[in-house]
Write a protein that binds this ligand. Structure first.
Ligand code: NAI
Length: 463
């Protein structure tokens, strides 16, 4: 006899577990099914959280080795204890994934650790044969790294992002294919821990998805830190060698070059994880790339089957998945769930960080014409000078007639935290003048955002 629920959520990443909590708050009887032994999905287990733990540790190591003398702090004998660094990272993951387990208990959510197959509307079967039924089935199965056809992951020399979180030695030469979010974050970690890192991308600037000025500044700053960029390069092959691998690529003129690597990290994007779970067989429409096709209410073409997070369209960001989880739960409860896709912040957690929300300058110009743009460099911000974080700038883009904030982009220390105020203001449709007139504490890095907004009005105070 099948166990009955109001809702079955498949996948316990940020989209799935948050949806499960919100459903439980709204009095649904919920079952959360997860193939991994721990909850939290890619984000907590092998993504956002462990990479941020490693970014922090590698930053401390780098600062201790190279950044303290100018502060008058003398250190000697700085060394790297990689096993301790990795153990700390694993401890952070364990604490957080355990915390999600507690949250499930607290909210009365049934958790089943098994592979789930969707048999049709209302029906799910777990490996081992256990049957579950529910009015609502929510697919929140996330995404997996894309492999290059000529370079399958062997997980020792040709690495995916998960492998790059657990290397037990510092690579002598890490070649990263893809100067996107993962390539820059993991490339930075290993470069700071002492690896030679070369980042190869077919695009002509890093993180091409973000505002052009940010990408160009990032390239300049990271090159200064020792990252080598090979851009406009089409990778053609990865051949294993005794010492690692040889990466061959063609440049813009069609000339072939090779790079000898000890390790190769392939970070060319992620794809929806929807294979082998019966969706197509159950009649659920998927795109050619396996993305679940949904309407604006997250519902698929099969009534009662929904999708949220990385496995449906949109940016593959944990916070986008979380918001979709909450919105869907509220819609299923008859409320007005909503996600404002125009105000979803992006962050690259390098040092300095890159963050943006809203339209890039190019997108804004294409949409509304001659926009107002204000820029302010952290080099002119008192706090930035005091804490030795003068790299980067803030850029504010506003509508030429209404002055509505269209986009805010930051490259600089703590950009991930600074972008929050811009996202909130954009959610409330604030104008650049509103932002410019908000009181910001002095001295703070956030004053640079106010100054960039003032600059967009043609009246900066400190530049
Ligand atoms: P990405 O889409 O950010 O970057 C992939 C890069 O690979 C692009 O610059 C592209 O031009 C390049 N590329 C593609 N094919 C290539 C080829 N054959 N040769 C050379 N270059 C090639 O993808 P990434 O970094 O793998 O991240 C995947 C997803 O994970 C992203 O969509 C991101 O949203 C998410 N993510 C978000 C993080 C965050 O919010 N901080 C952290 C890590 C991942």
């Amino acid at each position: 006899m099948a166990e009955q629920f109001d809702a079955i959520v498949i996948g316990a990443g940020p989209a799935g577990y948050v949806c499960a909590i919100r459903l439980a708050q709204l009095k649904f009887k919920v079952c959360l099914v997860e193939k991994r032994p721990t909850l939290g999905g890619t984000c907590l287990n092998v993504g956002c959280i462990p990479s941020k733990a490693m970014l922090e540790s590698s930053h401390h190591y780098h600062t201790a080795a190279h950044g303290l003398a100018k502060h008058g702090v003398k250190v000697s004998g700085v060394g790297l204890d990689l096993p301790t660094l990795l153990a700390r990272k694993d401890g952070v993951v364990k604490q957080l994934t355990g915390g999600i387990g507690m949250l499930m208990k607290k909210n009365g959510i049934a958790v089943k650790n098994a592979w789930a197959t969707v048999k049709g509307a209302g029906q799910v079967v777990l490996e081992g044969g256990e049957e579950l039924t529910a009015k609502h089935i929510i697919v929140a199965t996330g995404s997996t790294p894309i492999a290059l056809p000529f370079a399958p992951f062997d997980h020792t020399t040709v690495l995916d992002s998960t492998d790059a979180l657990s290397l037990t030695t510092v690579p002598s030469h890490l070649v990263v294919i893809g100067a996107g979010v993962i390539g820059l974050e993991m490339g930075s970690v290993w470069a700071r821990l002492g690896a030679k890192v070369t980042v190869v991308d077919i695009a002509t600037r890093p993180v091409a998805i973000m505002d052009e000025d940010l990408g160009l500044e990032a390239q300049k700053l990271f090159a200064k830190q020792g990252l080598e960029f090979v851009l406009g390069a089409k990778v053609q092959g990865v051949a294993k060698t005794a010492a690692g691998a040889e990466v061959s690529y063609t440049d813009a003129t069609g000339k072939t070059h090779t790079l000898a690597a000890s390790h190769v990290l392939v970070a060319v994007g992620r794809k929806a994880a929807t294979a082998g779970m019966g969706l197509a067989e159950a009649g659920v429409a998927l795109t050619e790339r396996g993305v679940v096709v949904t309407n604006s209410h997250f519902e698929t073409n099969v009534k009662g089957i929904y999708a949220i997070g990385d496995c449906r369209e949109g940016p593959m960001l944990a916070h986008k998945g979380e918001e979709e989880g909450v919105a869907l739960a509220e819609m299923l409860a008859g409320q007005k769930g909503h996600v404002n896709y125009a105000a979803i912040p992006w962050v690259v957690y390098t040092h300095p960080e890159l963050a943006g929300v809203g339209l890039t300058e190019a997108e804004a110009r294409a949409k509304v014409g001659e926009v107002k743009v204000g820029k302010f460099k952290f080099a002119a911000n008192g706090r930035a000078l005091a804490v030795d974080a003068t790299e980067g700038f803030v850029k504010v883009i506003a509508h030429p007639q209404t002055d509505e904030l269209l986009g805010v982009h930051i490259i600089g220390h703590n950009a991930s935290e600074l972008i929050g105020e811009a996202a909130v203001l954009m959610e409330f449709k604030a104008s650049a003048e509103d932002l410019a007139r908000c009181v910001h504490a002095h001295p703070t890095l956030a004053e640079a955002i106010k100054e960039a907004a003032l600059a967009s009005q043609g009246r900066p105070l400190h530049s």
